[in-house]
Design a binder for this molecule. Structure first.
Ligand SMILES: [Zn+2]
Length: 255
């Protein structure tokens, strides 16, 4: 069985004390593919170091996270573009809109989001979307930018079934993580009405640990709890869940 964690911040300082042990724990639990979203330029070197340490398991994305879209966003976008000129990545991410932390930056968040969508089109890469309290704004951008060559993942999907279908209509897969195990997470109520071909698995570690680790540091090995929950909700084996979602991740990232 091979499980793919499509969204994990393994370079986070939360793992500085035990990164190699934590990744070994995940590999022992069959999590063998890790896709790594970027945040901003302050993490670029640690992402490259992570990739050098785990060249067979770690696959990097590059992008500017919406909560890092601040006064210096043009410099940050130039940094992102410079990395793409230098080398290849598996996705543009994570990008999007976050109105939970700061509403005042909405106009520049939209600008940065669109700019990076166009980078993805240029390099023929998927996008990985971060959406927090911003479904309407994100869908408006996707409506304007949609095209056959725009595709990707709606990371940490937490919306309604209507929003799930709308995201899928824009060629997006749904990234499902710890929230599906939460009592008040809501997506467990309808997710089995969405065909598994639209689903990929993620942890978003160190954030959003699943039950029974909720509130603690999350790590990739905990994705097992998401596999268990989806196996229960879809009524198929954990092996099937792992297989289908790993195939979906290969279709998206091209590896
Ligand atoms: Zn993330």
């Amino acid at each position: 069985m091979v499980i793919t964690d499509t969204h994990t911040h393994l370079y986070s300082e939360s793992f500085d004390e035990d990164r190699h042990i934590m990744i070994a724990r995940a590999k022992d639990a069959n999590i063998k593919r890790f896709f790594i979203p970027a945040i901003d330029s302050s993490y670029t070197e640690s992402m490259y170091k992570l990739e050098a340490d785990f060249p067979d398991e770690v696959f990097l994305m590059m992008g500017l996270h919406p909560t890092s879209v601040k006064e210096n966003y043009k410099d940050e976008l130039a940094h992102v573009e410079a990395q793409f000129k230098k080398r290849s990545f598996y996705a543009v991410g994570e990008i999007g809109i976050d109105l939970y932390w700061d509403k005042s930056t909405l106009p520049i968040q939209i600008e940065a989001f669109k700019h990076q969508i166009n980078l993805a089109k240029k390099y023929k890469l998927p996008i990985v979307i971060h959406c927090r309290e911003a479904f309407d704004e994100i869908f408006q951008v996707l409506e304007e930018e949609k095209s056959d060559d725009l595709f990707g993942i709606f990371h940490c999907f937490t919306g309604t079934i209507e929003q799930a279908k709308q995201a899928i209509s824009y060629n997006m897969k749904l990234g499902i993580g710890g929230v599906v195990t939460f009592k008040n997470g809501k997506i467990d109520q309808f997710i089995n009405q969405i065909d598994l071909k639209h689903i990929v698995l993620e942890t978003d570690s160190p954030y959003l640990a699943p039950k029974p680790y909720r509130g603690k540091r999350n790590e990739s090995s905990y994705i097992i709890k998401v596999v268990e929950k989806l196996s229960e909700l879809y009524g198929i084996s954990e092996e099937e869940i792992a297989k289908i979602t790993t195939e979906n991740s290969k279709a998206i990232f091209g590896i």
